[in-house]
Write a protein that binds this ligand. Sequence first.
Ligand code: CU
Length: 485
Amino acid sequence: MTMSGARLSRRAFLGAGAALSALTVLPSRTGQAKAPAPFVPTRTLTLKAGETELKLLGPDKPATRILAYDGTPFQTLRLPRGTKLEATFENGLDEGSTLHFHGIRMPNEFDGVPTLTQPLVEAGGRFVYRIPLDDPGTFFFHPHCDETGQAGKGLAGVLIVEDRRDPKFDAEHVLCLKDWRLADDGNFLPLSEPDSASKAGTFGGTRTVNGAPSVELTAPAGGDVRLRILNIDATRIMDIGVSHGEAWLIAVDGHALKPVRLDDLKDGIWRMGPAQRIDLHVRMPADGSAVSIGDYRAADIYQFATLKAEGRVAKPRKGPLALPAADLPRPDVKKATRYSFTLQQATDAAVKETGLPPDDPLAKALIDSLCVGETTYWGIDRESWPTGERRHLPPPLAGMMEGRSYRVEIRNETRFPHPVHLHGHAFDVLSSSLDRLPRHYADTVLVQPGEAVEIAFVAAPGDWVFHCHILEHMETGMMGWFRVV
Ligand SMILES: [Cu+2]
């Protein structure tokens, strides 16, 4: 429901022939804006998607053919803040794909959403992304097509944007958490089961950190460790906690916040849905002792990392080490235009047909280029992203104005939690109806059943999707978009 603001009418937006217009990339309406400065890359690289092998079941068990960029599982790029990145994506898969740099504020044309911002990159094809890295922090990149299949098989990389102003830690580690759905022979089990897709999602039974069951790391006693923890799973929500050590939450989704002692948070954990990241600062205990980091959500606590204290630092520091804040546009919360969107199970009203019969080659091409699933289980405000029989893009959830502040309430009417992601923006998480959260910026926010979360942001120009990051939920309808002109 729109509380205020100019929502485009469905009829005005779609007009005649909407089914066919969705076959081509929508024209950008931002062309009239002032000409941007020319993009001169300071770093160029290639990211090729393809298969590689990883022993996920154990050293003596069969390997799994996973997907990765450049043959490196969870390849990590470390680039300085201010880099102008020119990344050429090469599609070595046998199906279409794109590259999406999650959480990065960037020109809309490089956002990687097929149909909406660019054509699908077919098998063997390539696409050049030109992306300014203005915000420091922990980000990642992944495909935005058949995500359940491609990201489910491991296709993701880590993007760390370093800042000269970052405090000096004694050690730093990147921890990528992902579950896998594997049979005993190392092959993948079906990555999505319909009954699960319509509920909490299809969970993997093999839990890993950086592709291993757990990691053991060392750091000097009394030293300061920065952990960059990424939930790159397709489905699982995790409660990250630390035992036997002092720890502070220092960034969420890459964005610095005023350090919060983990023990001062509800249940001493930070809840993290798929696509969410945190940076933790751990102060190491005495020599010989160890800190463990785990997911405390499951009945069986999953201890995925141990930090053992070895040696000692010369001069232990006091208090947490705060990270530098990104130079983000700050929304004017008082003057912001308000919207409210409701996450729903799909209703009949959300399933709309177009004129094309399902076996029409054009209809097939559209479904392929939109990268959608076969069934609709979910929706936002009684609209669902196209699936199965629906052959056209829905109208935008909202029409917004570049540079204006918006305050968006996200209500969850379903029985399952949803991590909701807005492309191309960092938003201020203002409030939750259920929890007292520290004020922070994020690009993805978890909304529990019955909860209403309020976010605020300054709209950036372009067509930006707004979707659940439980990949099956997104692919079975829980995605919409905002048009910012
Ligand atoms: Cu969801």
